[in-house]
Design a protein around this ligand. Structure first.
Ligand SMILES: [Zn+2]
Length: 94
């Protein structure tokens, strides 16, 4: 049972950190890259032990490729959704 819980919290950690990475990239109008995720995770690993930002505790539970894969997938699907929404908008809204 504890194995299942560990896997679940690792999955949750990946999603939380992917959301964070996606949020940063989106705010800056940039593409999520492996490099960007890697430096974000390195930055989090450098937080002091008493830090309570809620993110740095999660960094040791994830891998760069999992966080990158998740964030990049979201970015693609959100971009596609935005493009669809723009296309669906009546002309006079533009
Ligand atoms: Zn922190």
């Amino acid at each position: 049972m504890s194995g299942t819980n560990a896997a679940t919290s690792r999955e949750a950690a990946v999603e939380i950190l992917a959301l964070n990475a996606y949020g940063i990239a989106d705010r800056d109008g940039k593409q999520v890259t492996r490099q960007m995720v890697e430096s974000r995770l390195e930055e989090l690993a450098g937080h002091p032990p008493a830090c309570d930002c809620g993110l740095c505790d999660l960094a040791p539970l994830v891998t760069v490729s999992k966080v990158y894969g998740t964030a990049a997938r979201w970015q693609l699907s959100i971009a596609a959704t935005r493009a669809l929404a723009r296309g669906a908008r009546p002309r006079h809204w533009r």
